[in-house]
Write a protein that binds this ligand. Sequence first.
Ligand code: SF4
Length: 348
Amino acid sequence: MNPRRRSIPIKIGRVTVGGNAPVVVQSMTNTDTRNVVSTIGQIRELEDCGCEIVRVAVPDIEAARAIRAIKKGINIPIIADIHFDYRLALEALEAGCDGLRLNPGNIGEPARVAAVARAAKGKSVPIRIGVNAGSLPRAEDAGATIGQRMVAAALEQIKLLESLDFNLIKVSLKAFDVPTTIEAYQEIAQKVDYPLHIGITEAGTPRGGIIRSAVGIGTLLYQGIGDTIRVSLTAHPREEVIAAYEILKSLDLREHGPILVSCPSCGRTEVDIIRLAEAVEQELLKITKPIKVAVMGCAVNGPGEAKDADVGIACGKGKAILFKKGEKIGVVDEVDCVRVLMAEVDKL
Ligand code: SF4
């Protein structure tokens, strides 16, 4: 795994993004931001799953103003997502947003961009420049790839903010196409020192979307690129947070709750291993400690194959061996094995 790319750290509220800070997990609400009660409710649910920064859509002035009340009910920093109307950015800043996501080139004449940059700088609020492959300006270089055009668009926006003496910048370059996204981030990573927010946009429903995101985000993180991530899914945003941590845990970049090791549906199993693993997975959702738990399909190979698990079960016919770090510590009836396993987890 490559060493982490050096980026200039910025603060979104009290959360550091970039530098040596851990890779931060973000998501976005799907509530109507003007509905303060339901937006606070969803953000709290996301906080419980480990979301560290949340973004809300700001389609109008009422939504921008709602941020003031929303902030009172939540504990994580909030980013206002602005499209085109600079007045919404100013209002969101006034309401206390911790970050803005907007493209300065989309909000019109230079005086408007300057007004937003001045207000954001005055409040030390960073701006994320978010380039999407689907909304690129016309290519100046006819031979440029989509990834190169995304980088050029981002550099243009960066230049605009820098010319206003604004450098609390974070950058994202998202595409649905995974190789395009990787190419774009690799290139921008060499050109600027700003922290990078990475993700695959419109990645789809969880089945395909998590895989696309894991391949794209995972490849970049493995190369040391990425300071904050969002797994964009057509699903409840809690699924985005859970998936984001699974990606980070798989690369040993973050610890967050248990890791479940379970056998494939192997021909040696004499139990319903799929049902058992799902039952344990469900129980583990309540655990926050970073432990490794194994659900193995046979007693002969199971304890050895999962010897680095803190605790596990290896199932035979009607019985299961309970083991810790590969050592047998008891035998239980299959019907009791989830309960007994969870009791051992609780002891840890
Ligand atoms: Fe198959 Fe047993 Fe290995 Fe699991 S531990 S994959 S059931 S041989």
